[in-house]
Design a protein around this ligand. Structure first.
Ligand code: TZP
Ligand code: MG
Length: 279
Protein backbone atom coordinates (compact mmCIF):
# COMPACT_ATOMS: atom_id res chain seq x y z
CA UNK A 1 0.00 0.00 0.00
CA UNK A 2 1.50 3.33 -1.03
CA UNK A 3 -0.92 5.42 0.99
CA UNK A 4 -2.77 6.74 -2.03
CA UNK A 5 -5.14 3.87 -2.73
CA UNK A 6 -8.25 2.88 -0.85
CA UNK A 7 -7.68 1.48 2.63
CA UNK A 8 -8.55 -2.16 2.89
CA UNK A 9 -10.45 -4.10 5.50
CA UNK A 10 -10.00 -7.74 6.43
CA UNK A 11 -9.44 -10.11 3.54
CA UNK A 12 -8.16 -7.25 1.41
CA UNK A 13 -11.68 -5.96 0.87
CA UNK A 14 -11.79 -2.37 -0.35
CA UNK A 15 -14.16 -0.31 1.81
CA UNK A 16 -17.67 -0.10 0.43
CA UNK A 17 -19.12 3.20 -0.71
CA UNK A 18 -22.43 2.97 1.12
CA UNK A 19 -23.66 6.44 0.18
CA UNK A 20 -26.66 5.45 -1.98
CA UNK A 21 -27.51 1.82 -1.44
CA UNK A 22 -30.33 0.17 -3.40
CA UNK A 23 -32.21 -2.84 -2.05
CA UNK A 24 -34.26 -4.55 -4.72
CA UNK A 25 -37.89 -5.49 -4.27
CA UNK A 26 -39.23 -7.58 -7.12
CA UNK A 27 -42.86 -6.68 -6.43
CA UNK A 28 -42.22 -2.95 -6.20
CA UNK A 29 -40.09 -2.97 -9.35
CA UNK A 30 -43.17 -4.29 -11.15
CA UNK A 31 -43.24 -4.59 -14.91
CA UNK A 32 -40.12 -2.43 -15.29
CA UNK A 33 -38.24 -5.26 -13.67
CA UNK A 34 -35.38 -5.62 -11.22
CA UNK A 35 -32.51 -5.68 -13.76
CA UNK A 36 -33.74 -2.52 -15.52
CA UNK A 37 -34.21 -0.83 -12.15
CA UNK A 38 -30.68 -1.72 -11.12
CA UNK A 39 -29.22 -0.55 -14.44
CA UNK A 40 -30.98 2.82 -14.28
CA UNK A 41 -30.19 3.32 -10.61
CA UNK A 42 -26.50 2.49 -10.98
CA UNK A 43 -26.19 4.77 -14.01
CA UNK A 44 -27.59 7.51 -11.75
CA UNK A 45 -25.03 6.95 -9.00
CA UNK A 46 -26.18 4.12 -6.75
CA UNK A 47 -23.08 2.62 -5.11
CA UNK A 48 -24.23 -0.74 -3.68
CA UNK A 49 -27.02 -3.08 -4.76
CA UNK A 50 -28.56 -5.65 -2.45
CA UNK A 51 -30.65 -8.43 -3.98
CA UNK A 52 -33.63 -8.98 -1.69
CA UNK A 53 -36.61 -11.15 -2.53
CA UNK A 54 -37.85 -13.11 0.48
CA UNK A 55 -40.61 -14.71 -1.62
CA UNK A 56 -38.39 -16.16 -4.34
CA UNK A 57 -37.13 -19.71 -4.01
CA UNK A 58 -33.41 -20.34 -4.22
CA UNK A 59 -33.45 -21.33 -7.90
CA UNK A 60 -35.33 -18.19 -8.95
CA UNK A 61 -33.12 -16.01 -6.79
CA UNK A 62 -30.02 -17.41 -8.46
CA UNK A 63 -31.47 -16.63 -11.90
CA UNK A 64 -32.33 -13.08 -10.87
CA UNK A 65 -29.01 -12.63 -9.12
CA UNK A 66 -27.07 -13.71 -12.18
CA UNK A 67 -29.03 -11.22 -14.27
CA UNK A 68 -27.95 -8.50 -11.83
CA UNK A 69 -24.33 -9.65 -11.94
CA UNK A 70 -24.47 -9.26 -15.73
CA UNK A 71 -26.07 -5.83 -15.37
CA UNK A 72 -23.40 -4.67 -12.92
CA UNK A 73 -20.42 -6.04 -14.83
CA UNK A 74 -17.82 -3.33 -15.35
CA UNK A 75 -19.53 -0.82 -13.09
CA UNK A 76 -17.56 -1.54 -9.92
CA UNK A 77 -20.82 -1.54 -7.98
CA UNK A 78 -20.97 -4.59 -5.69
CA UNK A 79 -23.94 -6.94 -5.46
CA UNK A 80 -24.83 -8.26 -2.02
CA UNK A 81 -27.37 -11.01 -1.37
CA UNK A 82 -29.90 -10.58 1.41
CA UNK A 83 -30.02 -13.42 3.95
CA UNK A 84 -29.13 -16.31 1.67
CA UNK A 85 -25.41 -16.47 2.21
CA UNK A 86 -25.35 -19.93 0.68
CA UNK A 87 -26.31 -18.48 -2.71
CA UNK A 88 -23.59 -15.84 -2.97
CA UNK A 89 -21.19 -18.10 -4.80
CA UNK A 90 -23.78 -19.54 -7.20
CA UNK A 91 -24.91 -16.04 -8.08
CA UNK A 92 -21.37 -14.73 -8.40
CA UNK A 93 -22.21 -11.90 -6.02
CA UNK A 94 -19.76 -9.86 -3.98
CA UNK A 95 -21.15 -10.66 -0.57
CA UNK A 96 -24.19 -10.83 1.65
CA UNK A 97 -26.26 -8.92 4.17
CA UNK A 98 -27.77 -10.68 7.18
CA UNK A 99 -30.29 -9.62 9.80
CA UNK A 100 -30.40 -10.41 13.50
CA UNK A 101 -32.59 -13.44 12.84
CA UNK A 102 -30.57 -14.73 9.92
CA UNK A 103 -27.30 -16.61 9.74
CA UNK A 104 -24.82 -16.13 12.55
CA UNK A 105 -22.18 -13.63 11.46
CA UNK A 106 -19.22 -15.95 12.02
CA UNK A 107 -20.97 -18.81 10.22
CA UNK A 108 -21.74 -16.45 7.36
CA UNK A 109 -18.14 -15.23 7.25
CA UNK A 110 -16.88 -18.82 7.27
CA UNK A 111 -19.11 -19.66 4.32
CA UNK A 112 -18.22 -16.50 2.41
CA UNK A 113 -14.48 -16.61 2.95
CA UNK A 114 -12.33 -13.55 3.59
CA UNK A 115 -12.83 -11.71 0.31
CA UNK A 116 -16.62 -11.25 0.26
CA UNK A 117 -18.47 -8.36 1.85
CA UNK A 118 -20.77 -8.90 4.81
CA UNK A 119 -23.24 -6.47 6.37
CA UNK A 120 -25.39 -6.90 9.47
CA UNK A 121 -28.70 -5.26 10.41
CA UNK A 122 -28.89 -3.78 13.90
CA UNK A 123 -31.68 -2.09 15.76
CA UNK A 124 -30.34 -1.56 19.28
CA UNK A 125 -27.22 -0.62 21.20
CA UNK A 126 -26.95 -4.20 22.43
CA UNK A 127 -26.91 -5.43 18.84
CA UNK A 128 -23.97 -3.11 18.16
CA UNK A 129 -22.29 -4.19 21.38
CA UNK A 130 -22.67 -7.86 20.47
CA UNK A 131 -21.26 -7.18 17.01
CA UNK A 132 -18.21 -5.40 18.42
CA UNK A 133 -17.30 -8.61 20.24
CA UNK A 134 -16.71 -10.16 16.81
CA UNK A 135 -13.39 -9.85 14.99
CA UNK A 136 -13.42 -6.45 13.28
CA UNK A 137 -12.84 -7.99 9.88
CA UNK A 138 -15.88 -10.27 10.15
CA UNK A 139 -18.08 -7.40 8.97
CA UNK A 140 -17.88 -4.49 6.56
CA UNK A 141 -20.79 -2.34 7.70
CA UNK A 142 -23.94 -2.20 9.78
CA UNK A 143 -27.44 -1.44 8.51
CA UNK A 144 -29.36 0.62 11.08
CA UNK A 145 -33.12 0.86 11.08
CA UNK A 146 -35.88 1.14 10.31
CA UNK A 147 -35.27 4.78 11.08
CA UNK A 148 -38.77 5.71 9.91
CA UNK A 149 -41.78 3.45 9.40
CA UNK A 150 -41.59 1.42 6.24
CA UNK A 151 -44.18 -0.24 4.06
CA UNK A 152 -41.55 -2.36 2.36
CA UNK A 153 -40.88 -4.87 5.15
CA UNK A 154 -43.99 -6.09 6.94
CA UNK A 155 -42.01 -7.71 9.77
CA UNK A 156 -39.68 -4.75 10.32
CA UNK A 157 -38.89 -3.67 13.88
CA UNK A 158 -40.57 -0.45 15.05
CA UNK A 159 -39.06 2.73 13.67
CA UNK A 160 -36.28 3.91 15.95
CA UNK A 161 -35.66 7.46 14.74
CA UNK A 162 -32.71 9.68 14.02
CA UNK A 163 -31.35 9.84 17.57
CA UNK A 164 -30.99 6.06 17.68
CA UNK A 165 -29.26 6.20 14.31
CA UNK A 166 -26.87 8.84 15.63
CA UNK A 167 -26.19 6.81 18.77
CA UNK A 168 -25.58 3.53 16.95
CA UNK A 169 -23.45 5.16 14.25
CA UNK A 170 -21.26 6.68 16.96
CA UNK A 171 -20.97 3.35 18.81
CA UNK A 172 -20.19 1.30 15.71
CA UNK A 173 -16.64 0.53 14.66
CA UNK A 174 -18.02 -0.04 11.15
CA UNK A 175 -19.68 2.48 8.86
CA UNK A 176 -23.46 2.48 9.22
CA UNK A 177 -26.02 2.74 6.45
CA UNK A 178 -29.45 4.01 7.47
CA UNK A 179 -32.56 2.21 6.29
CA UNK A 180 -36.32 2.49 6.52
CA UNK A 181 -38.65 5.13 5.16
CA UNK A 182 -35.85 7.18 3.65
CA UNK A 183 -36.90 9.75 1.08
CA UNK A 184 -34.94 12.48 -0.68
CA UNK A 185 -36.22 15.03 1.84
CA UNK A 186 -34.90 12.96 4.74
CA UNK A 187 -31.39 12.47 3.35
CA UNK A 188 -29.84 15.61 4.93
CA UNK A 189 -31.06 14.61 8.38
CA UNK A 190 -29.59 11.13 7.93
CA UNK A 191 -26.26 12.52 6.71
CA UNK A 192 -26.09 14.78 9.79
CA UNK A 193 -26.12 11.75 12.12
CA UNK A 194 -22.76 10.46 10.92
CA UNK A 195 -24.26 7.60 8.92
CA UNK A 196 -22.26 6.60 5.86
CA UNK A 197 -25.23 6.36 3.52
CA UNK A 198 -28.88 5.73 2.84
CA UNK A 199 -30.37 2.36 1.91
CA UNK A 200 -33.71 2.47 0.13
CA UNK A 201 -36.29 0.30 -1.55
CA UNK A 202 -39.38 2.36 -2.33
CA UNK A 203 -37.54 5.63 -2.99
CA UNK A 204 -36.18 3.93 -6.13
CA UNK A 205 -38.04 0.66 -6.91
CA UNK A 206 -41.32 1.34 -8.69
CA UNK A 207 -40.74 5.07 -9.04
CA UNK A 208 -42.12 6.47 -12.31
CA UNK A 209 -38.59 7.47 -13.35
CA UNK A 210 -36.13 5.20 -11.57
CA UNK A 211 -33.07 7.03 -12.88
CA UNK A 212 -34.39 10.42 -11.79
CA UNK A 213 -35.28 9.03 -8.37
CA UNK A 214 -31.81 7.60 -7.87
CA UNK A 215 -30.21 10.78 -9.16
CA UNK A 216 -32.22 12.84 -6.67
CA UNK A 217 -30.95 10.66 -3.79
CA UNK A 218 -27.41 10.89 -5.14
CA UNK A 219 -27.63 14.69 -5.34
CA UNK A 220 -29.24 14.94 -1.91
CA UNK A 221 -26.50 12.86 -0.31
CA UNK A 222 -23.70 14.69 -2.05
CA UNK A 223 -25.27 18.03 -1.21
CA UNK A 224 -25.63 17.01 2.42
CA UNK A 225 -22.06 15.81 2.88
CA UNK A 226 -20.61 18.54 0.66
CA UNK A 227 -18.55 16.15 -1.40
CA UNK A 228 -17.10 18.48 -3.99
CA UNK A 229 -20.16 19.59 -5.95
CA UNK A 230 -18.02 22.30 -7.50
CA UNK A 231 -15.63 19.86 -9.13
CA UNK A 232 -18.39 17.63 -10.48
CA UNK A 233 -18.65 19.56 -13.73
CA UNK A 234 -15.08 18.65 -14.56
CA UNK A 235 -16.01 14.97 -14.65
CA UNK A 236 -18.36 15.37 -17.58
CA UNK A 237 -21.45 13.25 -18.20
CA UNK A 238 -24.16 13.75 -15.64
CA UNK A 239 -21.76 14.36 -12.79
CA UNK A 240 -23.54 15.08 -9.54
CA UNK A 241 -21.87 16.19 -6.36
CA UNK A 242 -18.50 14.70 -7.12
CA UNK A 243 -19.92 11.37 -8.25
CA UNK A 244 -19.65 10.73 -11.95
CA UNK A 245 -22.89 9.16 -13.07
CA UNK A 246 -24.41 8.16 -16.35
CA UNK A 247 -21.71 5.61 -17.02
CA UNK A 248 -20.05 2.76 -15.23
CA UNK A 249 -17.76 3.26 -12.32
CA UNK A 250 -15.00 1.17 -10.94
CA UNK A 251 -12.97 1.47 -7.79
CA UNK A 252 -15.94 2.29 -5.57
CA UNK A 253 -13.88 2.32 -2.40
CA UNK A 254 -13.81 5.39 -0.19
CA UNK A 255 -10.52 6.52 1.24
CA UNK A 256 -10.19 6.16 4.98
CA UNK A 257 -13.22 4.15 5.95
CA UNK A 258 -14.05 1.06 7.89
CA UNK A 259 -12.78 -0.71 10.94
CA UNK A 260 -9.14 0.12 10.23
CA UNK A 261 -10.02 3.73 10.92
CA UNK A 262 -11.90 3.19 14.15
CA UNK A 263 -9.04 4.81 16.04
CA UNK A 264 -9.52 8.00 14.04
CA UNK A 265 -13.01 8.44 15.49
CA UNK A 266 -16.38 6.94 14.94
CA UNK A 267 -17.13 9.13 11.94
CA UNK A 268 -13.84 8.81 10.14
CA UNK A 269 -15.62 7.74 6.97
CA UNK A 270 -18.51 10.22 7.06
CA UNK A 271 -18.37 12.79 4.34
CA UNK A 272 -15.10 11.53 2.94
CA UNK A 273 -15.16 12.22 -0.78
CA UNK A 274 -15.51 8.96 -2.60
CA UNK A 275 -12.69 7.83 -4.78
CA UNK A 276 -14.22 6.90 -8.10
CA UNK A 277 -12.98 6.49 -11.62
CA UNK A 278 -15.04 7.21 -14.70
CA UNK A 279 -14.87 4.57 -17.37
N1 TZP B 1 -35.03 -3.47 6.55
C1 TZP B 1 -35.36 -2.54 7.45
S1 TZP B 1 -36.45 -1.40 6.79
C2 TZP B 1 -36.44 -2.19 5.29
C3 TZP B 1 -35.61 -3.29 5.34
C4 TZP B 1 -35.34 -4.23 4.24
C5 TZP B 1 -37.24 -1.72 4.13
C6 TZP B 1 -36.81 -0.39 3.59
O1 TZP B 1 -37.63 -0.03 2.51
P1 TZP B 1 -38.07 1.47 2.24
O2 TZP B 1 -39.11 1.36 1.15
O3 TZP B 1 -36.85 2.21 1.77
O4 TZP B 1 -38.65 2.01 3.52
MG1 MG C 1 -33.17 -10.88 6.87
Amino acid sequence: MDGTGPRTTGGGRAPLDLSVYLITDTGQCGAFGVPATVAAAVAAGVTVVQLRDPDADDADLVVLGRALVAELAGTGVPLLVNDRVHLVQAIGADGAHVGQGDADVLDARALLGPHAYLGLSVQTASHVQAATALPADALDYLGVGPVWPTGSKPDAAPASGLERLRELSAASPWPCVAIGGITVDRVPAVAATGAAGVAVISAICGQPDVGAAALALRAAWDGAVGSGAAEAGALGGHAVGGHAVGGGVVGAGAAGSGPDDAAAGPHAWAGVPTQRFVL
